[in-house]
Design a binder for this molecule. Structure first.
Ligand code: MG
Length: 225
């Protein structure tokens, strides 16, 4: 592994890109260490979430907060909305927070038959408390049935409202697994979700300071740029 410089890095890459590698974050004053105070904050972070629930008789099918017309629904302690569960985990993951199971234990009677939008709302609050706002999401519903095409736009609108973003920033598509696996056999539905969040503070003061001493691509030092 290449040795990392001991002082503030001086490449041509943006400051936020230089703060991305794992390991202790550096103070913008060059003090080093992992102290959160004064550390450069990643401008954009990504979270990923996955969930799968069994399809059972006697349950309403709810995906993304939308009631879907189908003879079976998703099993679960809450309303079983696996889409919102995967989204919640993606939101929490974007800021490295505890996952949905830790925040909302499935054995807690408080969450029995609860609307899963509550989980999303709490996750958005945590993202905001940690200095970020949701920028965009992308979701894949993996199911042999039902066909989701008639519901895609209404679910996107609902998710946009829940997250405080525009519908143009909500990706949602459905796919099958060509009859393979538990989704292919119609035993359940699986969901993948990705979230991007952006730092509320658009550019830390330290960013501009680092830019002033960044070299030109040719290696020449650029002062006061
Ligand atoms: Mg779940």
């Amino acid at each position: 592994m290449a040795k990392k410089p001991s002082s503030a890095p001086a490449s041509g890459a943006p400051a936020f890109a230089r703060s991305a590698p794992a390991g202790p974050r550096r103070s913008p004053k060059g003090g080093g260490g992992s102290s959160a105070k004064g550390a450069l904050k990643l401008m954009v972070r990504v979270g990923i979430g996955f969930d799968a629930h069994r399809l059972v008789e006697g349950r309403a099918l709810v995906l993304g907060g939308e009631r879907i017309d189908y003879p079976r629904g998703l099993e679960g302690h809450s309303d079983g909305d696996a889409l919102l569960h995967a989204l919640t985990d993606a939101l929490l993951g974007s800021v490295a927070a505890a996952d949905i199971g830790a925040l909302f234990p499935p054995g807690d009677p408080k969450w029995k038959d609860a609307e899963s939008r509550l989980f999303v709302e709490r996750a958005v609050s945590i993202v905001n408390e940690r200095g970020y706002r949701v920028s965009s999401i992308d979701v894949v519903v993996i199911a042999e049935a039902p066909k989701l095409a008639p519901y895609v736009d209404s679910i996107r609108a609902r998710l946009a409202g829940l997250l405080g973003i525009t519908q143009a920033d909500v990706g949602l598509k459905a796919t099958t697994t060509d009859g393979m696996g538990f989704t292919g056999r119609g035993e359940g539905i699986a969901i993948q979700a990705v979230v991007t969040v952006t730092a509320k503070q658009r550019r830390p003061a330290a960013f501009a300071k680092l830019r002033r001493v960044s070299p030109e691509p040719g290696g020449r030092r650029r002062e006061g740029a």
